[in-house]
Design a protein around this ligand. Structure first.
Ligand SMILES: Nc1ncnc2c1ncn2[C@@H]1O[C@H](COP(=O)(O)OP(=O)(O)OP(=O)(O)O)[C@@H](O)[C@H]1O
Length: 289
């Protein structure tokens, strides 16, 4: 029995490790285009995070700053234990790249190469990775890992096909497999379902979300699709007018919150009109009023 008044310490293993932390982060492009300022984020290892905002809100810019692909112009970033302001050092960038999987709207596969080679190439940039240029010279365990990753995205039977013979959804599944064989701690996906039809888009988001949970990968994805933001995340972060407009557990996001994010113009600081849910973000009936 614990004495009254004594606080039981939280066991270390249930404290989720922090994967991304920013303080006062800002970004202005060299042409003077200010994108965001004063961004504070804390993303822990167990989270799947949807980053939303209207066109030009700065989602892609923020993602790239977080992983050191773009220099920020103010504030501090800590990603996967690497702390930097402005930009990571070359050594930090190498370490970051080894731990991060990327998937973009345009899957970026090499069309004339096989699906298997494209997946093995996910190992490029890792030690000894010259052998990842083609599956025929890849280490046997990498080929096996690539086949396993293809099985996880339910595409093992197309391993020998040329990548340019795949549908858009299949190509995106290969891109996910390619990211997966890096065994990433963090998966960054910039509008991964944007060019897909609704059913295939849902399939891709389901694969992402399930794999992130099964492998314990932190997932940060951008989307314009509010249902995708709500259905596949634990948390939604909204950018608007250069600020974090809200940062909420998904279950607490209300229709009005979503509608505000996509309200443009001079009313920006006055709050969004209360759009009926059926016309607004709540078309899927998922949100709290
Ligand atoms: N290389 C650049 N130089 C100058 N301005 C840029 C550059 N890249 C993006 N921008 C501007 O920065 C702002 C944010 O762009 P960003 O692509 O990050 O937004 P986004 O929220 O991802 O947009 P979308 O949803 O349309 O992809 C926009 O005004 C854009 O025009």
């Amino acid at each position: 029995m614990q004495p009254a008044g004594m606080v039981q310490p939280i066991p270390a293993q249930v404290i989720p490790a922090q994967v991304i932390r920013t303080r006062g982060l800002s970004k202005t492009y060299p042409n003077g285009q200010a994108v965001f300022a004063g961004v504070h984020l804390d993303i822990s290892a167990d989270q799947r995070v949807a980053l939303i905002g209207s066109n030009g809100a700065g989602k892609s810019t923020l993602l790239k700053c977080l992983i050191g692909l773009l220099p920020s112009t103010g504030g501090e970033i800590m990603t996967l234990g690497e702390s930097f302001s402005t930009a990571p050092s070359p050594a930090q960038l190498r370490r970051l790249r080894r731990q991060i999987g990327f998937v973009f709207q345009n899957h970026g596969l090499v069309g004339r190469q096989s699906v298997l080679t494209n997946v093995v190439q996910g190992k490029l940039g890792l030690p000894g990775s010259w052998r990842a240029f083609h599956h025929a010279i890849a280490r046997r365990e990498w080929r096996e890992e690539a086949m396993q990753a293809l099985a996880e995205v339910r595409l093992a039977e197309r391993a020998g096909a040329r990548a340019d013979q795949l549908s858009g959804g299949q190509a995106q599944r290969v891109a996910i497999a390619r990211a997966l064989i890096r065994r990433p701690k963090l998966m960054i996906a910039d509008e991964p379902a944007a060019s897909l039809d609704p059913a295939v888009g849902r399939e891709i988001m389901t694969i992402f979300s399930d794999l992130a949970r099964e492998h314990g990968i932190t997932l940060v994805y951008t989307t314009h699709d509010m249902k995708h933001a709500l259905d596949y995340s634990d948390r939604v972060i909204a950018l608007r007018a250069g600020q974090v407009h809200f940062d909420l557990p998904t279950a607490q996001v209300r229709a009005r919150d979503m509608d505000e994010v996509f309200t443009h113009g001079a009313f920006a600081d006055e709050g969004a009109p209360d759009i009926p849910a059926a016309q607004g973000a709540n078309a899927g009936g998922l949100l709290h009023a």
